[in-house]
Design a protein around this ligand. Structure first.
Ligand code: NDP
Length: 337
């Protein structure tokens, strides 16, 4: 079974391995396989699920809603997000304005087939909307009972501090930050994690396997295996190319003996690695097949000895990205349309 962790300084428990459906549901994966993957997650003890309104323009939320239909609502934790353009991409179909937040939550609830989400997240920081307006709208969503807690994604330490202070004034709980984090991408360690620890905010981290690269299945100088994300021309636009260099792939192959020593697959090692960071409440793990879910959940509860953590750092060396400025650099400077 999967271990639970508290989300931030709140009473909400979530599974430390949380199922995410970016690129897969409503896209790369047929609905039948998508639904079987969600059921495999439930069977394995995963009860927390992450999606977003923008994933396949609403289809991912619909597929997740269908997959969870019939589950006791109190026994699952459902997270979604708002910010990126949805619908036809009109002037007010993106961002964190009051208009877009109040309209988007209703669309998400309808597609997910639920009366409330457990966590509603700002998918990015909106440089064009006053933060006070955004947080007031989130507070109203919470008071309407449509979301229980608030989170953010890819916000800088300063943005987190400002958002958290306003949330506190408004009496709502901003308890999570959703950044990219893996052995290869550690840009949250210098600033976002210390600020979050101070504020009582947890990380729920995306692409802990670097989109599958850390499973070791991509070999240097070889074509991506058939059926993998990197071989899928739509899915591979999600940024996986960044990790598909010979240098990165060669070093990832060298992690196999470390995984072997722990009796783990490389995919499990990658997930267990992010969970060694105690500010991480969950690894958001994707899957294109139910068998992957069954494999990946075995990373729950694994302790990696300090000596092996050091060996991982030595093997990966300078391919690890650590620059804190990347959080801001990767966020849009203006609201996308
Ligand atoms: P991962 O790093 O977990 O990659 C998942 C992919 O890796 C799978 O879809 C599968 O792809 C492959 N894979 C999974 N398990 C295995 C295995 N055991 N062996 C080999 N390959 C495997 O995370 P994602 O990039 O999918 O992101 C996870 C979640 O994070 C998303 O669903 C979403 O909820 C969230 N996210 C949030 C973002 C944000 O901006 N807030 C951005 C991106 C993601 P395949 O089989 O096709 O190769």
């Amino acid at each position: 079974m999967v271990t639970y962790r508290y989300l931030g300084n709140s009473g909400l428990k979530i599974t430390e391995i949380t199922f995410g459906n970016w690129l897969t549901h409503g896209g790369q994966v047929e609905n039948e396989t998508a639904i079987k993957s969600v059921h495999a997650a439930l069977d394995a003890g995963i009860t927390s699920f992450d999606t977003a309104d923008v994933y396949m323009n609403g289809k991912a939320e619909e597929v997740l809603g269908e997959a969870l239909r019939g589950q006791r609502r109190e026994s699952v934790e459902v997270f979604t997000k708002v910010y990126w353009p949805t619908g036809p991409g009109g002037a007010n179909d993106s961002g964190l304005s009051r208009k877009h937040i109040m309209e988007s939550i209703d669309g998400s609830l309808r597609r997910l087939g639920t009366d409330y989400v457990d966590l509603y997240q700002a998918h990015r920081y909106d440089t064009e909307t006053p933060l006070e307006e955004t947080m007031q709208a989130f507070a109203d969503v919470v008071r309407q009972g449509k979301a229980l807690y608030i989170g953010v994604s890819e916000w800088t330490a300063d943005q987190l501090r400002a958002g958290h202070a306003l949330a506190k004034e408004l009496g709502i709980h901003l308890i999570s930050s959703q950044p990219q984090y893996s052995m290869l991408w550690r840009v949250i360690e210098p600033e976002v994690v210390p600020a979050s620890e101070e504020l009582g905010v947890s990380q729920i981290v995306w692409s802990p396997m670097a989109q599958g690269v850390l499973s070791g299945k991509y070999l240097p100088g070889k074509d991506a295996p058939a059926g993998s994300r990197a071989a899928d021309k739509n899915a591979s636009t999600g940024g996986i190319q960044r990790f598909l260099t010979d240098d990165v792939l060669t070093r990832v192959q060298q992690l196999k003996p470390v995984a072997d020593e722990l009796g783990l697959t490389q995919a499990q090692l990658a997930i267990a690695w992010v969970l060694q960071n105690r500010n991480v409440a969950a690894a958001l793990v994707g899957a294109s097949r139910p068998e992957q879910v069954a494999e990946n959940v075995k990373a729950s509860g694994v302790e990696i000895p300090a000596e092996l953590m050091t060996r991982i750092d030595e093997i990966l060396g300078d391919v690890v990205v650590r620059d804190a400025a990347k959080t801001a650099e990767n966020a849009p400077k203006t609201r996308p349309s």
